[in-house]
Design a protein around this ligand. Structure first.
Ligand code: BG6
Length: 498
């Protein structure tokens, strides 16, 4: 009735928020390493310099409308005490991986998602030789997972691009990155042969519209550049699938989409149409990666805007021939949009005047305004399955909270409530709707720096890490109440949600 006996329960992480060790083992910098800390009231910044020596910072991250660094500026680290870069230490997985994987194994994990930092293997992204120390580090991580029977799920690109490629080529706007990425992916396939079976190409590929620098290393993110970069990522993903199928037929390569159902606020058809259009803006990315072609509505939009795709001979055939093997997604909640309530929208209530989003009166939110929706996973899974009829995998779901650490633990009943509601919703989709689901990974299973805000205060983990917003602390790991709850849930294969 319920989940398959091989259902992949576990947790998810990303190198730029978790790994640290940025200056160790011969790694090169990535775009994430020059992003400063922030909070839900202060935007993260990208630091930069110009040839004439001028330096500065610009909020080229999530939540900001800015799309360009100043003319002539390139992103770089600045040696100035006023800037703090949280990726450099993060949760120091680099030195704690054995301990973290053991704790996750004891929690019952069957799968552990992590990303490889491309610039740890190729410091400039396109170097002739691979950095062997980087390969050795990840091999050791995967061997540790295997020791406990944990299946690693590896994201090849999770919100970081080698910095040199961003500075020199404007990131994925350039076709140069397609070949460089495919070479990097093939290097991983060869180096981790027999240790890793599942890969994801680009994390939340659709977020390029909201944060072109973060997702695709664009330091100049005009709509034209974003469309070109997305095209290059689609092509690189298909070429990666091709290489895997030809050279390592056991591998499964997935795509990764950020998704949340979008509801119209009123029964005014205009609200319903808006909700549908906003969902389509997201599903465009999975249409290409799962069905192998651009949907008409997107091509029409490009035509209206005068956007040209940098298509070369054979590209569209490659995209059509090599869609991804499965669709993985993140889903944290839902959103509500309306064509009404001009006053509220103007005040920016409910998260962003430009997006036409308003708060959902039926749902509670956390301190960062993220709503918990007890139906979102069921709706998401039905949306995907009815459209693509493919294997699905929820690889991110979770809730950030300013946890209180007391008496050696965190009593996070709010996190347990969130997980209970979401896992129930996913179970309903499997049991009642017959959706084939490969697994569920809780996001940020070990506390780590938040991506949007660059702060440690927004914690998702079931495992607490003693570190503050500035990487100060013992890095000691402690188990929260939610750790034991999830352990019980996994042991019962999702039956015991009490
Ligand atoms: C997803 C990203 O969007 O959401 C993660 O893939 C991110 O990298 C997660 O951490 C939660 O977002 P945030 O901003 O709260 O860290």
């Amino acid at each position: 009735m319920g989940f398959d006996k091989n259902f992949l329960w576990g947790g998810a992480t990303a190198a730029n928020q978790y790994e640290g060790g940025v200056f160790e083992g011969g790694a090169g910098l990535s775009t994430a390493d020059v992003m400063t800390n922030g909070s839900h009231t202060v935007r993260r910044q990208v630091t930069w310099k110009k040839e004439d020596g001028t330096t500065g910072s610009s909020p080229l991250c999530f939540g900001s409308d800015l799309r360009d660094l100043p003319a002539g500026a390139v992103p770089c680290l600045l040696d100035d005490a006023k800037y703090y870069y949280p990726s450099h230490i993060a949760s120091d997985f680099y030195h704690h991986y054995k301990e973290d994987i053991k704790l996750c194994a004891e929690e019952g994990f069957r799968c552990f998602r992590l990303s490889i930092k491309w610039s740890r293997l190729f410091p400039n992204g396109d170097d002739e030789k691979v950095n062997e120390a980087g390969v050795a580090f990840y091999r050791s991580v995967f061997e540790e997972c295997r020791k406990y029977g944990i299946e690693p799920l590896v994201t090849l690109s999770h919100y970081e691009t080698p910095l040199a490629l961003a500075a020199k080529y404007n990131g994925w706007a350039s076709r140069h990155l397609v070949d460089a990425f495919v070479r990097y992916a093939r290097t991983c396939f060869d180096a981790f042969d027999g240790l890793v079976k599942y890969y994801l190409t680009f994390n939340e590929i659709n977020c390029i519209d909201a944060a072109p620098y973060v997702t695709a290393g664009l330091i100049h993110g005009s709509e034209q550049n974003v469309a070109a970069a997305a095209f290059h990522q689609f092509l690189a993903s298909s070429l990666t699938v091709k290489a895997a199928h030809e050279e390592h037929p056991d591998l499964k390569i997935g795509m990764m989409l950020a998704f949340g159902p979008v509801y119209g606020y009123t029964s005014d058809p205009a609200d319903q149409l808006l909700a549908k259009q906003m969902e389509d803006e997201t599903l465009f990315y999975s249409d290409v990666q799962m069905m192998g072609r651009y949907p008409k509505y997107k091509l029409k939009e490009y035509e209206r805007k005068g956007i040209m795709l940098p298509v070369e001979k054979g590209d569209l055939e490659t995209i059509a021939k090599y869609p991804c093997d499965f669709l993985s997604f993140s889903c944290y909640g839902s959103s509500v949009v309306t064509t009404h309530m001009e006053d509220d929208l103007k005040k920016g209530e409910g998260n962003g005047a430009a997006s036409r989003r308003v708060a959902n009166p039926y749902l509670s939110t956390n301190a960062w305004g993220w709503a918990t929706d007890p139906q979102c996973l069921r709706i998401a899974l039905n949306t995907f399955y009815n459209r693509y009829h493919c294997d699905l995998w929820c690889v991110e779901n979770g809730i950030g909270w300013n946890d209180k650490f007391e008496d050696g633990t965190v009593h996070d009943s709010y996190r347990i409530d969130y997980m209970r509601a979401n896992i129930q919703s996913m179970r309903d989709a499997v049991e009642y709707d017959g959706i084939p689901l490969m697994g569920y990974l809780y996001w940020g299973c070990v506390d780590m720096v938040s991506n949007g805000e660059g702060e440690m205060a927004k914690r998702y983990g079931q495992i607490y890490v003693d570190a503050d917003n500035y990487g100060q602390g013992s890095m000691k790991r402690s188990l929260k109440d939610s750790y034991y709850w999830y352990q019980k849930c996994i042991a019962s294969n999702g039956e015991d949600l009490k």
